[in-house]
Write a protein that binds this ligand. Structure first.
Ligand SMILES: Cc1cc2nc3c(=O)[nH]c(=O)nc-3n(C[C@H](O)[C@H](O)[C@H](O)COP(=O)(O)OP(=O)(O)OC[C@H]3O[C@@H](n4cnc5c(N)ncnc54)[C@H](O)[C@@H]3O)c2cc1C
Length: 424
């Protein structure tokens, strides 16, 4: 079993990285080479700006290359709760922002001819307990009436058409959800940014950003560079001068295993419609089939951070859960196991805007594949002064009280949600 991301291990190498020291001046310096930063670098370079991207490790090497591979439409929040807290108009706009974000990904894949197995497969949320189906029915009624007439309910008696598992009791289907190979997409996006004129540096962790006349000076492992504008696309970075954001983003580990390739007839029995699947539990699971016919099975598994020992521990829990869901896979070999860090905000809504003259887009809270790419594209306009393009512009973002980057409360939150899953 390899303790590394299947997406990164099976992606082509990115050969377009800029070589030599980082120096000179650029109109915009983008910090972070995940989907947010790469997408922004492409959009900004397309406007004719000179763009330099500084990535601490390799492009798409963190959350963007380590995720569950789902690129889903619609909000994942409780729509009723969100409407009550933020107003129906905002909730509807946020819901549609996720739909638009998947369109953005599809458009980029087409325009830049990115070979990444993008397909609109649909997302099926599956009821993990019989009583969860009543909740899905309520959600279905409400979403259909308010925001998404295309959403469908799959009643328990029709579930065998969708999934060969006795663990689920009905589902909610959003047909426009998509999936793709995250590593191939990341490298494709990086190549597109380079083709558009951006310089992408890897192994260039930024350690300081200073204001100066006419903009900023950034210091990184490979030198210093001046910038007219700075865009921070650093996810839940633990390195660099980002204390302000560390007080607002909580890093939560999520873990994934990928099996050996499975026979077509096995997959036809277990997941005949090859959708993206998520379960209704608070500490639930997500799964899908990879382009080369493996089952990818992920989940929170434990409330822990990601490191090789922790990933392996979580991998065992995930393999046991996968065998409960699909007993036919009890003896299936697991080829990959890894973890990654999700950048959670307190309300699980992203944040984007300007802080101390620097722009940022962060906090996708585990649902950022589509939104990171979308926000990257919007940033070029937002940084040119069109703040109204920013769907998240009106959200306040106070620091989390008593939190300075070390999430002492995570075990308590984990225990609370575990109990909720037992009780409800
Ligand atoms: C295990 C897991 C499963 C997930 N599953 C899904 C899913 O199925 N669907 C979905 O929609 N979302 C999912 N997500 C979330 C999604 O992957 C992220 O929201 C998205 O990739 C965020 O992209 P990003 O570019 O903002 O951040 P990242 O991809 O984390 O990129 C940030 C980059 O900034 C770099 N950086 C940090 N500090 C510095 C510095 N000082 N100098 C230079 N560079 C720096 C990092 O090295 C990193 O490459 C998942 C996340 C995880 C961890």
């Amino acid at each position: 079993m390899k303790l590394e991301s299947y997406w990164l291990d099976t992606a082509p190498a990115f050969t377009g990285a800029a070589q030599g020291p980082v120096a000179g001046r650029a109109d915009v310096v983008v910090v972070g080479g995940g989907f947010t930063g790469l997408s922004a670098a492409l959009a900004l370079a397309r406007t004719g700006a000179s763009v330099v991207l500084l990535e601490a490790g390799r492009v798409a090497g963190e959350a963007s290359g380590r995720n569950g591979g789902q690129c889903n439409t619609g909000l994942f929040h409780d729509y009723a709760d969100l409407s009550q807290r933020l107003g129906e108009e905002n909730a509807r706009a946020f819901y549609h922002a996720y739909d638009a974000a998947v369109d953005t990904v599809e458009t980029l894949v087409r325009e830049e001819a990115i070979d990444c197995d993008f397909r609109r497969c649909g997302k099926l949320k599956v009821a993990a307990k019989p009583e969860h189906y009543a909740k899905l029915e309520r959600i279905h009624r409400q979403l259909q009436a308010s925001v998404d007439p295309t959403i469908e309910l799959v009643p328990p008696e029709r579930m065998q058409d969708e999934i060969g598992s006795a663990s689920f009791h009905g589902g909610l289907l959003q047909r426009a959800g998509a999936q793709m190979h995250m590593g191939k997409f990341g490298v494709g996006l990086a190549n597109a940014a380079v083709r558009a004129g951006a310089k992408v540096y890897e192994s260039a962790a930024v350690s300081a950003i200073d204001r100066q006349a006419g903009g900023f000076r950034l210091t990184c492992e490979r030198g210093t560079i001046e910038a007219g504008q700075v865009f921070l696309a650093t996810g839940n970075s633990s390195r660099g001068p980002f204390a302000h954001f560390r007080r607002r983003l909580v890093s939560v580990g999520s873990f994934i295993i990928v099996t050996e390739a499975l026979d077509k007839d096995v997959l036809d029995r277990l997941v005949p419609t090859r959708r993206n699947y998520v379960t209704t539990k608070n500490i639930g699971n997500y799964f899908r089939v990879t382009p080369d016919h493996r089952l990818l099975f992920g989940g929170r598994a434990r409330f822990a951070l990601s490191n090789p020992k922790s990933d392996a521990k979580s991998g065992h829990i995930l393999a046991a859960t996968m065998a409960e869901v699909f007993p036919q896979l009890a003896d299936t070999r697991v080829d990959y196991c890894w973890g990654g860090l999700v950048d959670m905000t307190a309300d699980r809504l992203p944040r984007a805007g300007e802080h101390e003259g620097m722009f940022y887009s962060l906090g996708y809270s585990g649902h950022g594949v589509q939104m990171s790419v979308h926000m990257g594209q919007l940033m070029a306009d937002i940084m040119a002064g069109k703040a109204e393009q920013n769907p998240w512009r009106d959200l306040a973002w106070p620091a989390i009280p008593g939190y300075f980057g070390k999430a002492w409360f995570l075990p308590l939150v984990g225990a609370y949600y575990k109990l909720q899953d037992k009780l409800h």
